[in-house]
Design a protein around this ligand. Structure first.
Ligand code: ADP
Ligand code: ZN
Length: 446
């Protein structure tokens, strides 16, 4: 039997009570959003000096916000605002009401710190429940959570949401891939959560160990925390015999569970009764109409410990203009194509790692284990793409390897429009991250 066809044509998941807020009629949803926005703006203004100052500067007072349609009158917030107020400067609740702190995995300087009241944790778990229910999971499912546990929001966020759904959670956290595979096999795991790049690594390792994921009860993958492409989804679904769903979120807003795909896998529904999305023009910061691509801006409508007004995510996407066939009334964004700060400019051309990934996957047998190295020689920028070659593609004949290399170079040039150098490297020679993959290494002197 062809598992993919059987799974692909599976009917939409049965309605789960946790999903009820996903189907609230639009007018009622706007009303709820309006009420919540007014409350959250009041909370922020009264308790957070930065918001009060920014609103005063703009001459906006909480009572001027009559509803969700006034949201663009509020000031934007950026990551540096969280850094500048490190650690607790944006908290709106006293510490006795804060039950949890998380921090972002920021690679430079101080991390950013976020806080949750008990009610905030419940909203977050509720959002994760809605995501998992949309993937067709329910009590009785066995969920292996391979997101890192700790300050990173992925581990604990999914953990509590999956428990709230009534699923059985196995908190493996990241790393120790052989043990991950053993658990997956021996415990009858039906769903796994991790970054898509880590799952690719699990897939490879399973193959080396002779474990056929297609033959295990595993049927759902919950992948997020980094951009990935539909080509990568196709590969994963085919190789593992599962359905691979996208989940989106960020620490500043709550963590994973801001949005999730449904059974139609065409964009992510944003749980907009709690996290309100806008798309703005990156340069002018003006709101853009539905359908236009720009930077996603999110406002937390219910978070008590640390309300965030109009946060610039740096993530580039657009809002769907069509309603989803699943019937959910909450809107969808297209998959995040990239982060605005992920892009690199080489010889004047904007390039995104996702384009390189798509090019690699277009060549038969090549997997997207890759790294992009930027250098500058005599004033000229060069891109080198190091690509691991799977053992099956290795050949003793130099001409075969040379052909593969040139095919990859052509495919990449075809997509990004400039010449790159591809270097084939040995299987497993690039760093395999257990969390977010690091795709670009910029060695150019600024
Ligand atoms: P950090 O900002 O330290 O990386 P986060 O874990 O909060 O910490 O990362 C959030 C970011 O991860 C998002 O802003 C987005 O760029 C990326 N991200 C999360 N989920 C997805 C997804 N499903 N697709 C693409 N990018 C994602
Ligand atoms: Zn849908």
């Amino acid at each position: 039997m062809n598992h993919d066809i059987a799974r692909k044509s599976a009917p939409p998941a049965a309605f789960h009570p946790a999903s009820a807020p996903d189907y609230v009629p639009a007018a009622q949803l706007r009303q709820l959003q309006s009420q919540r926005l007014q409350q959250i703006v009041r909370l922020a203004y009264d308790n957070v000096p930065l918001y009060r100052q920014r609103m005063d500067e703009r001459g906006v007072r909480p009572e001027n916000i009559a509803g969700i349609e006034d949201i663009a009158r509020l000031p934007l917030t950026v990551k540096n605002d969280l850094r500048d107020t490190y650690p607790f400067g944006l908290f709106a609740a006293p510490m006795r009401d804060v039950v949890r702190l998380h921090a972002s995995s920021g690679t430079t300087g101080k991390p950013i710190v976020v806080a949750y009241t008990q009610a905030d944790i419940e909203v977050w778990s509720g959002a994760i429940m809605r995501a998992l229910a949309a993937y067709g999971l329910q009590a009785g499912d066995i969920v292996q959570n391979s997101y890192g546990y700790g300050l990173f929001t992925g581990g604990l966020g999914l953990h509590y949401g999956a428990e709230a759904l009534g699923a059985t959670v196995i908190p493996t956290s990241g790393g120790n891939t052989d043990r991950q595979i053993m658990v997956m096999k021996d415990f009858g795991v039906s769903a796994i959560c991790c970054t898509p790049s880590y799952f690719l690594h699990i897939l490879d390792r399973a193959q080396e160990l002779g474990v056929l994921l297609r033959e295990l009860p595993l049927r759902v993958g919950i992948f997020g925390a980094e951009p990935w492409t539909d080509a990568m989804r196709g590969h994963i679904e085919q190789a593992a015999g599962i359905r691979a769903f996208d989940i989106y979120g960020l620490t500043e807003i709550t963590g994973p569970g801001v949005g999730a795909e449904c059974q139609y896998q065409d964009g992510l529904h944003i749980f907009e009764d709690h996290f309100y999305p806008e798309i703005i023009d990156q340069d002018t910061c003006e709101p853009l109409p539905d359908g236009a691509q720009g930077e996603l801006v999110l406002t937390t409508l219910s978070k008590q410990a640390m309300p965030i007004l109009r946060y610039r995510t740096r993530d580039i996407t657009s809002l769907h203009t069509e309603p989803c066939p699943c019937g959910r009334t909450i809107r969808r964004i297209h998959r995040i194509s990239h982060r605005s700060d992920d892009m690199f400019i080489i010889r004047g051309v904007n390039v995104f790692p996702s384009q390189i990934e798509a090019a690699l996957l277009a060549v038969d047998g090549v997997l997207p284990h890759y790294q992009i190295i930027l250098t500058r020689q005599k004033g000229l920028d060069r891109i080198e793409v190091q690509v691991e070659i799977t053992p099956e593609l290795v050949s003793d004949r130099i001409s075969v390897m040379e052909d593969l290399r040139s095919k990859l170079e052509k495919q990449i040039e075809h997509i990004i429009g400039i010449r790159v150098t591809v270097t084939l490297v040995e299987w497993h020679s690039l760093d395999r991250s257990e969390g977010k993959a690091r795709r670009v290494i910029d060695k150019r002197e600024m």
